[in-house]
Ligand binder design. Structure first.
Ligand code: MLT
Length: 229
């Protein structure tokens, strides 16, 4: 099985895993504890229009901050713990939702918190090529996505007999093996520092937990739902 790591654009037409570790992927993963479906949207305006049609809760950020008029920001914990009875979450984020829309293959959402489960599911459904796609930040490399991808790639290979890794994927696996330096990478990344500066350090702490959740979101018909066998 070919197993690769890419930035922003997938190179697989089989299975792609979108990784936006701080915070969209983590928020999506935890939101599935509470919501039946998540509809990602490119813009706040599109999200508002959609809410008029489908109902649901509006969540999202721009520059890390909650969007005015929205019910929630993009804090994984607050989305998971929201006490609403609504079953639809409409989500717009700067990078994560944009990357999802640009992919055409079977699409999963991976993060550090569900790396093990993502590794298992992707290895199960893939035929010949799994591409882990770092969302990055506005087209640029992001350290936290690289490190979370390393753990996901490590877990993918544990579930496969043969794993033909590209060089970037090998580097990410090596970089992610030491959990203490991985955590410090999350806090010291550009996004980690920005989130701490605007009051969301707890979100970074939440997002750098390893393998604590088994939800894996799959993106079909422009909706994210829990992958079920
Ligand atoms: C994104 O999609 O760009 C993010 O997850 C940003 C954030 O929540 O800080």
């Amino acid at each position: 099985m070919k197993v690769t790591l890419s930035l922003e654009t997938t190179i697989s037409s089989d299975v792609s895993i979108m990784v936006d570790a701080l915070r969209a992927s983590t928020t999506i993963t935890l939101a599935l504890n509470n919501f039946e479906r998540i509809i990602p949207c490119l813009t706040p305006e599109e999200a508002l229009r959609l809410k008029d049609k489908t109902g649901g809760i509006l969540a999202g950020e721009r520059n890390g901050e909650k969007i005015e008029g929205f019910d929630m920001g993009n804090s994984p914990k607050s989305v998971e713990e929201s006490e609403t009875l609504e079953k639809t979450l409409i989500l717009t984020t700067t990078n994560g939702t944009r990357i999802l829309e640009s992919m055409n293959s079977q699409i999963l959402v991976g993060s550090l918190i569900n790396a093990k489960a993502t590794g298992e599911v992707s290895a199960k459904i893939a035929k010949n090529h799994i591409d882990v796609v770092m969302a990055g930040v506005k087209g640029e490399f992001a350290l936290e996505d690289f490190l979370a991808s390393g753990e996901i790639l490590y877990q993918i290979c544990k579930n496969l007999k043969d794993c033909e890794l590209n060089e970037l994927a090998k580097a990410a696996i090596i970089a992610s093996r030491d959990y203490n330096s991985l955590k410090s990478g999350f806090y010291n990344s550009r996004s980690g520092k920005h989130l701490a500066k605007i009051g969301y350090k707890d979100d970074v702490t939440c997002c750098c937990q390893k393998n604590i959740n088994e939800n894996v979101a799959i993106y079909t018909n422009r909706e994210l739902k829990l992958f079920k066998d």
